[in-house]
Design a protein around this ligand. Structure first.
Ligand code: FAD
Length: 485
């Protein structure tokens, strides 16, 4: 995972084994034969490899959603940050667009570029340093690798996503939400410094002190102003174990009340929650998923942790796991979904935020008509955060101190176009209903969205984003798959 690529001095742009000589600006295509007629713009010498073969292009024309397919003209596996800068300058010169790809876990074409260049960040996979309270990592490092390496130093990132096989650069481009967001904000709120490559091909270091406008434009900036190539992120001491609670409710009002109580007093280390289907597949329950991290001999006080809650205690599940098993808790399920082929089905996910004051009525209204056919048996997450903990200006949240995330992580089953389209139509409807009650979206997932929708989404910070775009990516080279500019 953390291999260090040797620097390769020679051009390694391959097409079916042949060397790419250059780019034909008239035909807008790669030239692989010396007999090419007309002007030829040579591909810059790279430390890594520029692939233009069908297999690489097809892989980059897909993502976890399997809904959108935009085929690029090349895929760069960078051997250095300099490669990324060179390729962005090259692309800009030729009017090509570029997107960085983390692990391609997006669901609606966000890391894709029709007729452009996709940069595969997986070769930027070095953990450069673990300090006493920070890690300095390449953008392509997976959170799973960072968790494992930090653990050997007794440390952990303060905020982990539920699934850890996501790239650091990928989640920092969107936000990075988890059960400890209640205490620490999003992953983007725990970044000390970034190295980025702008849309002009400049390699720049930024932080809250150094070029703070660029720093703010990149965190949760959906890849619009610069590409993240390296990040210095906070680490905190890791506890050894997690006491985990699954607490069930039949009444959404009681559930929302207790979630707010727990958020307000912050008694748990980790706080999430789900809407879970009853065996009939038509009715639903609500489940608080909470955990208290500890290192023996210190032990959490279970009675105090459960005080004042109105869950159906007869069905509660309470157990202890190692911190590592808890952090990697989804791995066995995902391995199973992969083994039965369902992981490869389309995933038209929807991820929304609703103000706490409207959470029970909004989510209750949707749940009343939702069935497991609508979700394809995918999980439905529903839990609150303190919006004041989120500092990144481009991450849009409802205008209340507490907001509930509502995520329908759908699988289109059967995986037909009709099923996908019906889910997309429903996503759009749910989004509009959320906006009507003061909600926003988490800018991942698959909601059909126009440029006007983005303007509305960014609202008061749209001028900041637009000015930053003009300043750092004036020719709109970067990340067109988001559909913002
Ligand atoms: C199973 C699963 C579980 C998830 N769980 C969570 C969760 O718990 N919490 C949460 O917050 N999210 C979660 N997500 C969503 C996830 O954060 C997004 O999919 C995110 O895009 C990260 O995925 P990725 O690294 O594969 O990025 P990609 O999908 O490859 O990229 C996403 C976007 O970011 C851009 N991008 C990627 N890397 C960079 C970079 N280095 N610089 C600039 N732009 C870049 C891409 O061009 C694209 O526009 C989950 C997704 C999946 C599939």
């Amino acid at each position: 995972m953390n291999q260090i690529l040797s620097r390769r001095p020679l051009l390694k742009a391959l097409v079916g084994g042949a060397i790419v000589l250059g780019f034909d600006p008239r035909r807008r295509s790669w030239v692989t034969e010396a007999s090419a007629s007309g002007p030829l713009d040579g591909v810059p010498a790279l430390d890594g490899t520029l692939f233009v073969d069908a297999a690489h292009l097809a892989a980059a024309a897909d993502d976890f959603g399997h809904i959108i397919s935009h085929t690029p003209v090349a895929v760069l596996l960078p051997g250095s940050v300099a490669d990324i800068a060179k390729v962005i300058r090259f692309a800009r010169r030729h009017g090509l667009q570029v997107a960085m790809r983390g692990q391609g876990h997006a669901q609606f074409g966000q890391p894709q570029v029709q007729g452009g260049i996709v940069i595969d960040s997986s070769s930027l996979s070095v953990i450069h340093e673990i300090g006493t309270d920070f890690a300095d990592v390449d953008a392509g490092v997976l959170w799973s690798a960072l968790v494992n390496t930090a653990a050997t130093h007794g440390l952990t990132p303060p905020v982990l996503t539920d699934y850890l096989e996501l790239a650091v650069g990928g989640t920092l481009s969107v936000g990075g939400l988890g059960g400890t967001t209640q205490h620490f904000g999003l992953q983007v709120d725990n970044v000390l410094q970034l190295e980025v490559v702008t849309g002009e091909g400049d390699v720049v270091t930024c932080s809250r002190i150094r070029l703070p406008e660029l720093f703010a434009a990149v965190l949760a900036g959906l890849g619009q102003c610069a590409i993240i190539v390296r990040a210095k992120v906070r680490l905190v001491p890791a506890q050894a174990q997690a006491l985990v609670f699954h607490l069930f409710y039949d009444d959404i009002n009681l559930y929302v009340h207790d979630q707010e109580l727990l958020l307000n007093d912050g008694r748990f280390s980790y706080l999430e929650g789900q809407v879970v289907a009853n065996p009939d597949g038509v009715t639903w329950r609500y489940m608080i998923e909470a955990a208290s991290y500890f290192t023996p001999p210190a032990m959490p006080n279970q009675t105090a942790l459960l005080a004042g809650l109105s869950d159906d205690r007869s069905t509660s599940e309470i157990f202890t796991q190692t911190y590592s098993d808890f952090a990697f808790r989804l791995a066995p399920l995902i391995e199973f979904l992969m083994s039965i082929g369902v992981w490869g089905f389309p995933h038209p996910w929807i991820d929304l935020w609703v103000p706490a004051s409207r959470a029970a009525s909004y989510v209750g209204g949707i749940i009343a008509h939702l069935t497991t056919t609508d979700t394809g048996q995918g999980p439905v997450l529903f839990y609150p955060i303190d919006t004041h903990k989120v500092q990144a200006p481009l991450y849009r949240l409802p205008d209340e101190r507490i907001a509930f995330g509502f995520h329908i992580l759908r699988t289109a089953a059967p995986p037909t176009t009709d099923v996908v389209n019906a889910m997309l139509v429903q996503n759009r409807t749910f989004y509009e209903q959320a906006v009507a009650v003061g909600g926003t979206r988490y800018s991942i997932g698959a909601i059909p969205f126009t440029r006007a929708d983005w303007r509305h989404h960014f609202d008061g910070v749209y001028p900041f984003l637009a000015v930053s775009k003009l300043r750092f990516d004036p020719d709109n080279v970067l990340t067109p798959g988001q559909g913002i500019f």
